[in-house]
Design a protein around this ligand. Structure first.
Ligand code: B12
Ligand code: SF4
Length: 494
């Protein structure tokens, strides 16, 4: 017989596991759930969180004193357990794992609390849905009649898949919190009095849910007005909205003062947009506090916004990890992808950052590999261009996302099924369906890029001709080509 929850306003929030070929905690926190917690609390609910991806989970630490392994700035590897590969990934010759706390720990965490009135589960990458489904299954096994609500990125990008296959009782795509509050009121017979209409009205995320915190993450704006052909930002938030810059700075200051957090990662899609009204006042507020902060941008920055004054502010405020969005040095592709950057724009941003005191080896630019129609030469030319600018390359593998132009191209060029299982959006597998780039090609490029990056660490720029390692020479002999006009120019001649 169905049992009633003891406390009718107790909600259980879940950040489920990652299931993938690789995963690393690069300042990864379920920020959506932390915002929802604060909003739910304002409306009189009590929230408990089970974060399967918390590297500081007490049970994980108790079962293995070596956990968590912390690298600098609070990031580090996840605990992982190998899983059988799901059918659509069977032919991918890589190991597939569940990352995060062991399943037994999850069950223990479920038993630690009373039966909740409702369970809310978030989701992130579309191809991580097996972890979401597993959490739903385990919850339903424990409490068959508990109502489960599912939201988050996967739900918004693949709502039909989530509705048909997840096992959740309600699937709520989108970023608007109003439908969620209405649904909760409906189910619990409550009345939400406090309903934020805009993102800037959201309260601070509920960081108190984590007794131990190595870093925090931040969203100071939502959306992006650009339409890069590979990006789903417009599907997640079709507009652009900024928060009050002073409030953003205060969020950082409070976490530093009360939790001694020094490392902060920005999740913004367009952090540097409207710089005069947004990032400048925010950084002014931080600089005036003189705190020993380390700020990180794992999500690429709009390089063309980085003028000398902004670069100086970034340096003073404590930006440490700076990743610039570049993607490709191919001029035609840059235009086709949305023209957010040019080769000259990247070079100028780098010069401005160096002028502010950064060394090239402290900076990274993203190069995408595996885009439909992309050749090996294009990837190599792009890495060469980035190196000529004197900064490190961060290779990123293309993930085809429904509703983007590159998805349509992948459907057209590679015969990708428009209804393809979201597992096939995985950024690790695209080379296996690409006709231009093989996994072996990408492996070589990755190795070669690692050499070049290591050389930059040693203060040597192979692309200046000062020093070219034997392995690099070999790779060039096989694949090297002048590339487009800009990529063959010296970094002093832009
Ligand atoms: C920050 C970020 C990252 C971070 C880490 C994030 C993390 N937590 O793990 C980093 C930089 C590491 C990263 C990496 C990558 N990312 Co990323 N990332 C993002 C980004 C910019 C923000 C996500 C976020 O936290 N938003 C803020 C919170 C507040 O929003 P939210 O979670 O959506 O929550 C809201 C709603 O969804 C809802 N909600 C949330 N949970 C719930 C639950 C319920 C029950 C309900 C009702 C509602 C609800 O309410 C919240 C409030 O409005 C998104 C783009 C975007 N604009 O969202 C891309 C995005 C998710 N990433 C993407 C990609 C492609 C990648 C990479 C593959 C890039 C690459 N090629 O290397 C890698 C892969 C990572 C890996 N394998 O480990 C794609 C998605 C791809 C996919 N197939 O799903 C996105 C959409 C960007 C894009 N280019 O289109 N990423
Ligand atoms: S600039 Fe960045 S966030 Fe904006 S559309 Fe392009 S890739 Fe997406």
């Amino acid at each position: 017989m169905a049992s009633k929850p003891k406390y009718p306003r107790n909600l259980l929030l879940i950040n489920p596991w990652i299931t993938d070929f690789a995963a690393f905690d690069l300042w990864s926190k379920p920020l959506g759930l932390l915002y929802l917690t604060s909003i739910l609390r304002q409306n009189g609910h009590f929230v408990r969180l089970i974060d399967c991806m918390d590297r500081n989970d007490p049970l994980l630490k108790a079962s293995n004193p070596k956990e968590p392994k912390v690298k600098r700035y609070g990031i580090g590897p996840y605990h992982k357990e190998e899983l059988p590969k799901p059918a659509p990934l069977m032919n991918i010759p890589r190991r597939y794992s569940r990352y995060g706390i062991p399943e037994a720990h999850f069950r223990t965490h479920l038993s630690e609390g009373d039966k909740p009135a409702l369970v809310l589960i978030t989701s992130m990458m579309t191809y991580w849905y097996p972890g979401v489904f597993r959490a739903i299954k385990l919850i339903k096994t424990k409490w068959p009649d508990v109502t489960i609500l599912l939201g988050g990125v996967y739900t918004t990008l693949c709502p039909t898949h989530a509705k048909e296959h997840s096992g959740a009782d309600f699937v709520l795509p989108g970023n608007d919190v109003r439908p969620l509050l209405e649904r909760i009121d409906d189910l619990l017979g409550t009345r939400s009095e406090w309903v934020p209409e805009r993102f800037r009205d959201f309260p601070s995320p509920a960081w108190d849910l984590y007794p131990k915190l190595d870093y925090a993450v931040l969203l100071t704006s939502r959306g992006c007005p650009s339409r890069c052909t590979f990006c789903a930002s417009h599907r997640l938030f079709p507009g652009f909205e900024t928060r009050d810059p002073e409030a953003c700075a205060q969020e950082i200051v409070d976490l530093y003062r009360h939790r001694r957090i020094r490392d902060f990662a920005f999740y913004d899609d367009a952090l540097l947009l409207n710089a005069e009204q947004h990032i400048f006042p925010m950084l002014d507020a931080l600089i005036s506090r003189r705190l020993p902060l380390r700020l990180h941008t794992p999500n690429g920055l709009h390089a063309k916004a980085i003028m000398p004054e902004l670069a100086g502010h970034m340096r003073q405020a404590g930006f440490r990890t700076i990743r610039l969005s570049f993607e490709s040095s191919d001029l035609r592709r840059q235009r086709e992808m949305g023209a957010k950057i040019t080769n000259e724009g990247l070079a100028a941003a780098v010069e401005n950052l160096k002028g502010a005191g950064y060394q090239g080896k402290e900076l990274e630019a993203y190069v995408l590999m595996g885009l439909p129609g992309q050749t090996l030469e294009e990837v190599i030319s792009s890495v060469r261009f980035v190196t000529q600018c004197g900064v490190k390359t961060k290779l990123a593998r293309f993930s085809p996302i429904p509703g983007t132009r590159e998805w349509d191209r992948a459907v057209e060029m590679y015969g990708l099924d428009p209804q393809a299982d979201p597992l096939l959006h995985n950024n690790s597998i695209h080379p296996f369906v690409s006709k231009n780039l093989t996994e072996a090609d990408l492996g070589k490029v990755a190795l070669w890029t690692r050499w070049i990056n290591q050389e930059l660490d040693l203060g040597v720029n192979g692309m200046d001709g000062a020093f070219v390692s034997k392995g690099m020479r070999e790779t060039f002999r096989k694949h090297g080509r002048g590339g487009d006009a800009a990529s063959s120019s010296s970094r002093r001649n832009f």
